[in-house]
Design a protein around this ligand. Structure first.
Ligand code: GDP
Length: 320
C-alpha cells in the first residue's frame, strides 16, 4: 500500500472535514502528496473553480469526500440545500476532472442512495431496484447520480472512476449539532449532557426499532484508501461498511453501558424513524479488499468517541 501511494498526487475534497481529515492523515503517512482545496479558495459548486483547482494542483487521484449532509433532521429542514449543493458540486467536479485529465476519481457515496423499502442487506446490484426512502431522497439521489455520470464519462472520455457507498459513520470530529447530527453523535451529546446535568431522563427519537449499521470513521478511511488502490470497476459501486445491523434500541443500550447513565428514556414517536433497515452487504468489499473488515467494534468505537467528546465538548458543540 505504501508503495502504491508513495509520491502520488492526491486531491481530497472535504479533506478538512470529518472523514476527509482521516483520509489525509492515512495518505500522507503512506507518502502521498495530498492537496485539500478549501472553500474560501475554491467554491466547488462553480465549474470554473473546480477546473481552476484541478489545473493549479494536478492530481493522479481525486477523492471527492466533500458533501453537505447530515441526519434525518437536516433532511427534513434543508432538502433544497442538500439537493443543490451535492448535485452541482459532484457534477462540476467530475466535468473538471475529465477536462484536467485526472487519473482516477474516487466518488464517496452514501447508503441513503439505496432503495428505502428493500428487505435484508443492501447489495450493490440493487442500487436501482426502487425509490430512495422519502426521508433521505434529496441527499441519496444526488450522490447516486455521480455513479451515472462516472459511467457516462468512462464511455465517452475514458475517465477512470469508482463509486464507494458508505454506511453511517461516527467518531471524533463528527457534527454534534442536534439540528444536523446523525443518531450516534446526537445520542453521545445527549448522554454526556444528561450525565453532567444529572438529568432524570433523555429523549430519543422514533420507536427504537429501525436498524442501522455504524462504521468507525478511521476504519472507513482505511477502507477507502484500500479501495482507491485496488478497485477499478466503474460499472459496479462498492459498499463500505461492517455488514452488522444494530437497532436504535440496542445502540441506546450500548451507550448506556459505556456511560453508566441510569436515567429514564422517553421515546418521542412524533419524530421520524426513517428507513426501517439500512445495512450493507459487504461480501464484495471483503473480496476486493482481500478479506479486510473494519477492526473497531461498536462498543470500543463508542468508548473512544464518548471519551473524545467529553474532552472536546466546547469545540465539538461549536461546529455546525
Ligand atoms: P438516517 O440513518 O438517515 O435515518 O439518519 P439518522 O442517523 O439521523 O437517524 C437514524 C435513526 O435514529 C432514526 O430512526 C432516528 O429516528 C433515530 N434517532 C433516535 N434518536 C435520534 C436523535 O436524537 N437524532 C437523530 N438524528 N436520530 C435519532
Amino acid at each position: 500500500m505504501r508503495g502504491f501511494w508513495s509520491g502520488k498526487r492526491v486531491t481530497i475534497t472535504g479533506g478538512a472535514g470529518f472523514l476527509g481529515q482521516h483520509l489525509v492523515k492515512r495518505l500522507e503517512s503512506y507518502g502521498a502528496k495530498v492537496f485539500v482545496p478549501r472553500q474560501r479558495n475554491y467554491n466547488l459548486t462553480a465549474l470554473d473553480a473546480c477546473v481552476k483547482c484541478l489545473l493549479e494542483q494536478p492530481c493522479d487521484v481525486l477523492i471527492h469526500a466533500a458533501a453537505y449532509y447530515g441526519g434525518i433532521g437536516i433532511n427534513q429542514t434543508e432538502p433544497g440545500t442538500l439537493y443543490y449543493s451535492n448535485l452541482v458540486m459532484g457534477a462540476n467536479l467530475m466535468e473538471a476532472a475529465r477536462l484536467a485529465k485526472v487519473g482516477k476519481v474516487v466518488n464517496i457515496g452514501t447508503a441513503c442512495s439505496y432503495p428505502g423499502y428493500l428487505e435484508g442487506h443492501l447489495k450493490e446490484d440493487d442500487l436501482w431496484a426502487g425509490p430512495c426512502h422519502a426521508s433521505v431522497v434529496n441527499y441519496g439521489l444526488t450522490k447516486k447520480m455521480l455513479s451515472v455520470q462516472a459511467q457516462a464519462y468512462k464511455k465517452q472520455y475514458g475517465l477512470d472512476a469508482i463509486h464507494l457507498i458508505l454506511t453511517n459513520l461516527y467518531g471524533p470530529g463528527d457534527s454534534y449539532n442536534p439540528d444536523r447530527s446523525h443518531v450516534v453523535a446526537a445520542l453521545v451529546r445527549k448522554w454526556v449532557e444528561a450525565d453532567l446535568a444529572k438529568a432524570p431522563s433523555i429523549e430519543v427519537w422514533g420507536t427504537g426499532k429501525p436498524v442501522r449499521e455504524f462504521i468507525y470513521v478511521e476504519d472507513c478511511a482505511d477502507a477507502i484508501v484500500l479501495a482507491a488502490e485496488k478497485y477499478n470497476d466503474v460499472a459496479t459501486p462498492l459498499n463500505i461498511g461492517t455488514g452488522i445491523g444494530t437497532s436504535i434500541r440496542e445502540l441506546v443500550e450500548t451507550i448506556n453501558g459505556v456511560t453508566g447513565y441510569g436515567g429514564k428514556l422517553v421515546w418521542n414517536t412524533d419524530k421520524p424513524d426513517g428507513a426501517m433497515m439500512k445495512v450493507l452487504d459487504v461480501t464484495r468489499m471483503k473480496s476486493v479488499l482481500d478479506g479486510w473488515t473494519p477492526p473497531t467494534t461498536l462498543k470500543s468505537g463508542l468508548s473512544k468517541t464518548i471519551a473524545w467528546y467529553r474532552a472536546n465538548k466546547a469545540q465539538a458543540d461549536a461546529k455546525w
